[in-house]
Write a new protein. Structure first.
Length: 366
């Protein structure tokens, strides 16, 4: 490495620690910073907050994962000179780029690795509001509330085709040449749609748990999350929100336990259940599921802050570079808080406020 590069790297590391990030070597060293007004270091993380429905207050935060500090409170606005939109629902990283799905504003965005917008798609009137996305082989697949999975070119976001699925498709995953999305039917649905990626011409509908909202896959194991079945006459749940294991061979889903958020990795499932008798005071339990054992057990988080047991867990995400993971809390009104645990489930004595409501996604680049 050139002496100049060594000196600049050292200076950047020092400046980032104190909160200043506009230091770089040359464009060839950090091409993903192209067009940036605020230049970022190589190792970086982003947190997406959806805000409140109808308030147009979604935000994208740049976080320094080395010190767990929010460095720029709205990196999208800083880099692009405008707000993200209303109810940003999902975010993922693919091929060095960041993709954001903004549900109510009906916008799909491709950002470079510094948060600079490179492409957008807004013509969702026929497809319905976009919800979740997954990427594979240069394509982006987006679930749309009109009952479609739409395919886009991942670089240009040019619309290519769509496949009709059941009503109100939600989270989507890709595995072994197949797309799987769950369909909530806005509370009345109970299906998984499976689409052959190569053909992308039709979907097979498979019965699963009632009102599914999430699906995740890890090492060939599929897990489904539901929002439960709420009775607006009695103001109670007829069926509690829960999670289950989906078997792609038998096409059967087996309930695991009550759950409101989940995180799958290493083939296992980690899930929490946040409940309240009055929508004010909450109790959260922590569980894990090993498919080999076939039953859930208590998930022990070492030195866990006591407030997590009485908070609503809104996000669970793992850092793929060091195996650590973050839990994010919400009360739907105030700024969310992130708590950092290491790969051995020990609290790292690091929590920080995001300054945005309802943090729902976090991605890492390096």
């Amino acid at each position: 490495m050139k002496v100049r590069s060594v000196l600049l790297s050292a200076m950047c590391g020092l400046l980032v620690t104190v909160g200043f990030t506009s230091c770089s070597d040359d464009d060839e060293d950090m091409p993903w910073n192209e067009g940036a007004k605020v230049e970022l270091p190589k190792y970086r993380a982003f947190v997406l907050t959806e805000g409140s429905y109808g308030k147009n207050n979604s935000h994208l935060f740049y976080v320094n994962p080395s010190v767990d500090t929010v460095m720029v409170k709205d990196i999208y606005t800083e880099q692009n000179g405008r707000g993200l939109g209303d109810t940003a629902n999902d975010m993922l990283v693919y091929d060095g780029d960041i993709y954001v799905v903004v549900n109510v504003s009906k916008v799909l965005l491709r950002l470079n690795g510094a948060g600079v917008e490179k492409a957008r798609y807004e013509r969702f009137d026929q497809l319905g509001e976009p919800r979740y996305a997954v990427a594979a082989d240069g394509k982006l697949y987006v679930t749309c509330y009109g009952g479609y999975v739409a395919r886009f070119d991942a670089k240009t976001l040019a619309f290519e085709a769509s496949v009709q699925v059941d009503a109100n498709p939600e989270e989507i995953v890709v595995y072994d040449g197949k797309l799987y999305c769950v369909n909530s039917g806005f509370g009345y649905g109970n299906t998984i749609s499976m689409i052959d990626v190569a053909k992308f011409d039709k979907a097979e509908s498979i019965v699963t748990l009632q009102n599914p909202c999430g699906i995740q896959e890890s090492e060939g194991h599929f897990y489904v999350l539901t929002n439960g079945v709420y009775n607006y006459t009695t103001y109670t749940y007829d069926e509690m929100p829960c999670c289950g294991e989906y078997n792609p061979t038998t096409k059967q889903t087996t309930k695991i336990g009550d759950a409101t958020r989940m995180m799958a990795y290493g083939g296992n499932l980690y899930f929490v259940n946040s409940t309240s008798p009055d929508w004010v005071n909450y109790t959260t339990t922590f569980s894990q599921y090993d498919p080999a054992a076939g039953r859930p057990t208590t998930w022990t988080l070492k030195n866990m802050p006591s407030q997590l047991s009485s908070s609503i867990i809104y996000m669970m995400v793992r850092n793929p570079y060091d195996g650590s993971f973050y839990l994010a809390t919400t009360d739907y009104v105030h700024d969310g808080t992130l708590y950092h645990f290491d790969a051995d489930f020990s609290y790292m004595s690091k929590s920080f406020t995001i300054a945005g409501i309802n943090p729902n996604s976090m991605v890492f680049l390096k």
